[in-house]
Design a protein around this ligand. Structure first.
Ligand SMILES: [Zn+2]
Length: 521
């Protein structure tokens, strides 16, 4: 089938599904993403997005059960039946998000900021509406999130802003699904989510006033700029607070009728185990900040203190491993990562660090096992890069190229390194992809070839052959091969004589065949 026909049939399918009624507002709207697609997007991206946002928070295991309990009460009275799920993530940034299809997450960093259960209900009700009213699906229909569905399938899409000097493994806030959860909802969608979320609160027996006090807190925090970096990265990035929302919520609460369950004591009691642990997580956050500034001594001291206060948190061991890797102590790193894997066996970061440590210790078999395990949980550029190295050493070049290509898709130092490794392997096979060559005449009518290295690696040698073509592009004659010795840096141009004499009229019929190129040693 030709491409045009495929496109036409594709768009007919879209047109057939393009008319719908919004399940929450009841308004007619164009719907290009079907419900089946919505559910698939949510189901495919929920696990990797949770991984890239810190992983499930297991240290206080009944916390997720509690959040689910409150969330399911609201879901039961919502306008749309979806396979709703609620989970608490091990992340200090105050944030909550919803994927299409009703897959919702709350960071522990937000839970410690709420005062009572009805404020939690306000957060969850609001997120339920984002999912139920297809706000994420609409963003995909607008094309603003076209990449999001593909990110999950692409190894290496998961590392954003990785700093190669801090071994590059501390991954936060970027990755699979990041586009979906970091997009900014529009003003209308925020108001809509507040309004219907409050209706669900009321129907589930909660005091809708919780949405007012929650929004007031958000406005105050955003104005103060207090702890603002975290807030601006989290909740406020995707859900901008405003006095308009406070006023609207006050009005909605008055219309719905104030009163209902507030759940202050219950909330405080359920959050006590988490709040007791907060000082340890604060120390960990400070340790991460120190590690990013390459103050490894401070990072190690704070992470050790955090770990002493809360020995069962694998993330603290993972950070100690990261610090050891950064200080080129892979044996010590491996010890920390082994503990991290025991404590946190469902989190990709433990395995990724363990794999890199084993790689540096020269234990390829163990490295491969841990890196593959981390990739199953969350594909990352470092894992793809090192798996590429392992395959290259085995002589499995096609597989190595696959891994390097995947890692090269990440905008990071390790992504650039992977791109260079890819080119080194591919260059001898496809030199024409990396070398540009064109002809010009010197004053004496001699043909000169201008060669440019379009690859990211230094070339040691390039070989081209001048050919003459007719009007149809068919080769009519060829000259002798021209060998150009490097080093030729990335992007660098050079010229060489070809030994061919031509007239100006013949010059447009000259082409250069790139016969070979190799990277400098
Ligand atoms: Zn929102």
């Amino acid at each position: 089938m030709n491409t045009l026909r495929a496109l036409l049939i594709g768009s007919m399918v879209l047109l057939l599904t393009a008319c719908g009624v919004n399940p929450v507002t009841g308004k007619k709207e164009l719907q290009f993403v079907s419900e089946a697609q919505e559910l698939a997007i949510g189901a495919q991206n929920y696990a990797p997005t949770r991984q890239s946002e810190g992983g499930d928070f297991g240290v206080v295991p009944d916390l997720t059960a509690y959040i689910n309990e409150v969330g399911q009460k609201l879901a039961a009275v919502s306008d749309r039946k979806l396979p709703y799920e609620f989970v608490v993530l091990n992340n200090s940034v105050p944030n909550a998000w919803a994927l299409p299809g009703g897959k919702i997450a709350v960071n522990r960093g937000l839970l410690t900021e709420l005062k009572n259960e009805t404020e939690l209900a306000a957060v969850l009700g609001h997120e339920i509406v984002h999912a139920a009213a297809r706000h994420g699906a609409k963003a995909q229909e607008r094309g603003t999130l076209l990449q999001a569905g593909m990110a999950a399938a692409q190894i290496g899409a998961a590392v954003g802003g990785a700093d190669a000097n801090v071994a590059g493994l501390l991954i936060q806030g970027a990755g699979v699904g990041a586009q979906m959860i970091q997009m900014t909802y529009g003003r209308e969608q925020e108001l809509e989510s507040d309004l219907y979320g409050m209706k669900y609160m009321k129907l589930a027996g909660y005091d809708p006033w919780g949405a007012v006090t929650l929004q007031e807190t958000f406005v105050r925090l955003s104005e103060q700029g207090a702890r603002s970096k975290n807030w601006l990265d989290g909740m406020f990035a995707s859900h901008p607070p405003s006095m308009e929302r406070v006023a609207r919520n006050q009005q909605t609460a008055a219309e719905l009728g104030r009163g209902g369950d507030v759940g202050a004591e219950r909330y405080v009691a359920r959050m006590k185990p988490l709040n007791d642990l907060k000082p340890a997580y604060d120390k960990y956050d400070q340790a991460v900040a120190a590690a990013r500034k390459k103050d490894f001594a401070t990072a190690r001291r704070l992470a050790t203190e955090a770990s002493t206060a809360l020995p069962r948190e694998g993330r603290f061991q993972e950070l100690l491993g990261e610090v050891a890797l950064s200080e080129k102590q892979p044996q010590q790193a491996a010890t920390h990562y082994n503990r991290a894997m025991e404590l946190n066996p469902a989190y990709f970061g433990s395995y990724l660090g363990a794999g890199v440590a084993q790689m540096q210790l020269g234990n390829r078999a163990k490295a491969e096992e841990w890196l593959a395990r981390s990739t199953q949980l969350l594909p990352t550029a470092p894992a793809a890069f090192y798996l590429g190295q392992i395959e290259r050493e085995k002589g499995n070049l096609p597989k190595a190229l696959e891994y390097y290509k995947a890692a090269a898709g990440s905008d990071s130092a390790i992504g650039q390194q992977a791109a260079a490794e890819f080119v080194k392997i591919d260059l001898p096979q496809n030199p024409g992809n990396y070398v540009a060559a064109a002809g010009q005449l010197d004053a004496g009518g001699q043909l000169i070839v201008v060669v440019q290295n379009r690859s990211p690696v230094v070339m040691g040698e390039v070989q081209v052959t001048p050919v003459m073509v007719d009007a149809n592009g068919t080769i009519t004659s060829q000259g002798s091969a021209v060998r150009i010795r490097g080093p030729l840096a990335a992007g660098e141009r050079t010229t060489a004589a070809t030994g061919v004499a031509l007239t100006q009229a013949q010059l447009p019929l000259v082409r250069f065949r790139v016969d070979g190129a190799r990277a400098a040693q």
